[in-house]
Design a protein. Sequence first.
Length: 124
Amino acid sequence: MSDTMVEDPVRKMAMGKPRDSNQAREMLSTLSGRNHKVWTCTGILLAHDKGDMIYTESADVCFRDLDTDAMDDLIESGSWTGKAGGYDIHGRASDLIEVVKGSEITVLGLSENSMMVLREILEK
């Protein structure tokens, strides 16, 4: 199980997922032209009561300045739906953001370390 949170670069709190296009526009306006942090936490529950493993990782992301056309395109596309911070690194926003520190897989919503552990488990 995994979940992702985008940190508001101004208020330093979780942005969550936008409820509607107005909130998506507000979130994207806050991120526009700023660096922000993306947090992902992935939990692995081991079979046969062997416990669990929790991995939390972050990445620093730079969001390009959004002009009116770019903002309108993101909002009208609906690509913000269900996405922390209102954007998807492999969706419409892919050309507008850059991971400057950390891993792209963290921004996608998975812990890189947990993926390595899962690979080891599956290879046994």
